[in-house]
Design a protein. Structure first.
Length: 229
């Protein structure tokens, strides 16, 4: 009887293995930067085999994001709300920022995963306890969206650091020239732009420092609003 099974071509290939490799590609580039064809080359299988085992890029991207979010830990609900969100957001940064594009995906689709529900429930409960009332949902959204937007912007800068478009390099050069004639631009360039133009560890530190600054500013703004209500 002739052999009709394609099993030897799929030996060792599982949906979990596909997501593992997709996670690796995301860390190396960007969630929106690789294709099913790229994934197939890394796995040494045809794209049709990947579709058969798990589905298309949208489904795989969702699994990648779910894997990243599954590593997050819910802070103790006994914490005061500012401390709770500082701990959540700061502890989320390493995993999310290490996988460029995950923050952008979350901004586009939302954290619709069972593993994240306990975090959302705890965060909203902490905000209700603090007195946000019917604004708890808006406060939660502002905290998480500002954090993810900041990471997403950093992800885009990361894409351009080494071999990005010439218009990005030209923009950086324009900032350097403008700083010579403008005290305001000089302050902005020294405090914010220059570390990004340097790339590498300097840019990585600046991305995280700015992320923490945005989070603290959002928390401070919500604290002021809460005290005035």
């Amino acid at each position: 009887m002739p052999e009709t099974s394609s099993a030897p071509f799929h030996v060792g290939l599982t949906p979990e293995r596909i997501v593992d490799v997709a996670l690796g590609l995301t860390r190396e580039s960007h969630l929106f930067g690789w294709s099913i064809r790229d994934l197939g080359r890394r796995l040494n299988v045809a794209p049709s085999v990947i579709y058969h085992h798990i589905g298309g890029k949208d489904r795989i991207a969702r699994h990648v994001v779910e894997r990243v979010l599954a590593t997050l830990i819910t802070p103790p609900v006994e914490l005061e709300w500012q401390a709770w969100f500082r701990e959540l957001l700061n502890s989320s940064y390493p995993a999310v920022s290490a996988h460029p594009g995950v923050a952008k995906w979350l901004l586009m689709h939302g954290p619709t995963f069972p593993s994240v529900v306990p975090i959302i429930d705890a965060g909203v409960r902490v905000l209700h306890r603090a007195g946000f009332g019917d604004r708890a949902g808006l406060a939660y959204a502002a905290l998480l969206n500002n954090a993810m937007l900041t990471i997403s912007i950093g992800d885009e800068r990361l894409v351009h650091e080494d071999d990005g478009p010439r218009d990005h390099a030209s923009m950086m050069e324009e900032f350097r020239r403008a700083a010579a004639d403008s005290p305001g631009v000089a302050v902005l360039a020294e405090a914010f732009i220059t570390p990004f133009t340097q790339g590498g560890e300097s840019a990585a530190r600046q991305r995280e420092d700015y992320y923490r600054f945005v989070n603290q500013t959002t928390i401070a703004g919500l604290s002021t609003m809460l005290s005035e209500s």
